[in-house]
Design a protein around this ligand. Structure first.
Ligand code: B12
Ligand code: SF4
Length: 531
């Protein structure tokens, strides 16, 4: 048996960002469950969940780290650990995660460190080249790989035979006399096949996570509708949008769980944790109409009463009026659609296979069925014109008039691993990866700064279009439905959340308050220490 400690680092958020997802670490919890099932011991240090109200400014005040400071995470690692795994999902978090890994290495010189997650998958060679403290990068889905890594550490065998890794021969392998070659270049051990039988993956090991810190404070990914648990019903996505790193990370295979098994898991969390709301973290949950119909009908047949949300942006093809009615009847309350643009030309260029008229019909049907609907929009693709941005602004005005509740407008960020990132790098339009570049990716939702990757459009012009889009959408919505403005003000006053705007504004004000509190308690500590 090997003891594996998985680290979930703090979350990095720019000060004026309206996104700062305080979510339980579902990736590490899945990995820990697989480790345990295979006879290893798993531990999780959830850097966010251990102290979700501590907000520490970092990198000359450019961003705030939410959760434990990296120094505090290192202190919580038991020295009897055999393997340390670090998760990095968002690229903008990497500069701080690298600092964390360097601190871990200084403290634990002989324990192998492996890293995984979306950012690591997209930047494995860069990670190994710039961070010698990392012994191996895990590519893609991690359950089978982490188990094999733990077994290799237990038996003292080489990592070379484990699929799904990028390795450098000069680190762990050399130190332990396991290197097959003496070169220092990175190399892949070959890709690993995706897990098809999702129902065979053990449920996340939530008992290793400080779950009550999330549940008691209504933290999570969706709108706060009570004690919320994360769920995953499907993995992967069959599409290949050019701004998205999904195809490199998960391939284009979409697999779904048996709806009955998803509901068994939901029932278990209702019984065990008193959960009343479930946020689905799927990449694109609704791909198959028959699946979602069966799922919603079984909720009704089993007479299960809970709310659930699809906050990450789904496809519209399978959602017609009948599906919308079933979604609402089965407890779904918030749903995000991801049209990304109101310009058909842009949609074709970014390979977002979506027909706007059909999407509009689906969205309006969902609003009429009673769902609280949000649209995800991206502005500032490399060759987007003012005319095309104007089309998106008009589309948003139409959607606001039709009664859609929320919009989220991000500025385009070239994420490593996406087709557009590779194209922009090749043409020299973006620099090599650096801390400055990665921290800048967090600016996608920062209202205090904009970065433009669009030919001929300055950051301030893009910022202006974002403002116009928001104004057109909310202006049209509140002009037609003024009572919704009253509702927003009421919800803010009573700290209640129904819409995404309620959540974003409340999260922002909480973050600013927590930042002030953290600074005050730090200065009290310093004064006490000095006295
Ligand atoms: C849910 C979700 C969100 C949620 C919350 C996510 C969270 N948990 O904190 C919300 C909506 C808030 C969100 C927001 C954003 N998101 Co998001 N999100 C996702 C999504 C759809 C699912 C994440 C998830 O939970 N997956 C399920 C779990 C099981 O998978 P996992 O965590 O990746 O873990 C597996 C592997 O990665 C691996 N693994 C992970 N860690 C480790 C560690 C070790 C040691 C090992 C061995 C393996 C390993 O094994 C795990 C099990 O198989 C992903 C896409 C995806 N990855 O599926 C995008 C994704 C992570 N988001 C992305 C982006 C860009 C954003 C936003 C910037 C919004 C936007 N403009 O699109 C914001 C940024 C938020 C911020 N920091 O401020 C990108 C990240 C790209 C990048 N390189 O940074 C992704 C990859 C989508 C995409 N393909 O473009 N997101
Ligand atoms: S943006 Fe959405 S639909 Fe497009 S490839 Fe990524 S996950 Fe799939």
């Amino acid at each position: 048996m090997a003891i594996v400690t998985l680290l979930r680092p703090p979350l990095l958020v720019p000060i004026w960002s309206d996104s700062g997802p305080l979510t339980p670490p579902i990736g590490p919890a899945y990995l820990a469950a697989s480790l345990r099932q295979s006879g290893h011991e798993a531990r999780i240090v959830d850097g966010l969940g251990e102290n979700p109200f501590q907000v520490t400014p970092l990198f000359a005040n450019k961003v705030m780290a939410i959760g434990l400071r990296s120094e505090e995470i290192v202190e919580r690692i038991d020295p009897d650990t055999d393997l340390i795994g670090v998760s990095c999902m968002f690229s903008q978090d990497w500069p701080e995660i690298r600092r964390l890994i360097q601190m871990v290495r200084r403290r634990f010189r002989a324990i192998p460190i492996v890293a995984g997650g979306e950012h690591i998958t997209a930047t494995a060679a860069f990670t190994l080249d710039t961070t010698p403290e990392v012994d191996a990068c895990v590519i893609g889905e991690g359950e089978a790989t982490i188990v094999e890594l733990a077994t290799a550490v237990e038996l003292g065998t080489s990592f070379e035979a484990i699929q799904g890794l990028v390795l450098r021969a000069d680190s762990f392998a050399l130190r332990h006399g396991l290197a097959m070659r003496s070169d220092t270049t990175t190399r892949s051990t070959g890709s690993r096949t995706r897990i098809r039988a999702l129902d065979d993956i053990p449920w996340p090991a939530w008992d290793l996570v400080p779950l009550e810190n999330y549940l008691d404070h209504g933290l999570g990914y969706g709108v706060n509708r009570g004690r919320s648990m994360p769920m995953i019903a499907t993995r992967g996505c069959p599409y290949q949008c050019t701004f998205c790193s999904n195809p490199e990370m998960w391939t284009t295979r979409w697999y779904a769980r048996d709806p009955e098994k998803v509901l068994d898991e939901i029932q278990a969390y209702r019984d065990r944790y008193g959960a009343t709301n479930f946020d689905f973290y799927d990449l694109t949950a609704i791909v198959k109409r028959s699946w979602i119909i069966q799922f919603t009908k079984r909720i009704l047949e089993r007479k299960m009463a809970f709310t659930w949300q699809l906050p990450s942006g789904t496809r519209s093809e399978a959602i017609d009026d009948e599906v919308s009615r079933l979604l609402y009847a089965s407890g779904c309350r918030n749903m995000s659609y991801a049209p990304e643009s109101g310009s058909p030309e842009v949609l074709t260029r970014i390979k977002k296979v979506v027909q706007l008229d059909r999407l509009e019909a689906s969205v309006i049907g969902a609003v009429h069925a009673g769902l609280n609907v949000k649209l995800n929009i991206i502005m500032g693709f490399p060759d987007e014109s003012r005319h095309e941005l104007g089309q998106t602004v008009r589309f948003l005005a139409r959607m606001g008039r039709s009664g859609v509740h929320d919009v989220s407008i991000s500025l385009f960020s070239p994420y490593p691993g996406s087709q557009l990132y590779h194209e922009l790098r090749q043409s020299g339009r973006i620099p090599e990866l650096s801390d400055e570049y990665l921290l800048g990716l967090g600016a996608y939702k920062d209202y205090a700064q904009s970065i433009s990757y669009t030919d001929g459009l300055s950051p301030s012009v893009l910022g202006l279009y974002r403002f116009l889009g928001m104004a057109a959408f909310y202006g049209a919505q509140y002009a037609v439905r003024p009572w919704r403005m009253m509702r927003l003000l009421q919800n803010l006053a009573q700290h209640r959340q129904e819409s995404r705007l309620d959540k974003s504004l409340q999260d922002l004000s909480d973050r600013i308050r927590n930042r002030r509190r953290t600074a005050e308690s730090k200065s009290v500590r310093e004064r006490t220490a000095g006295a």
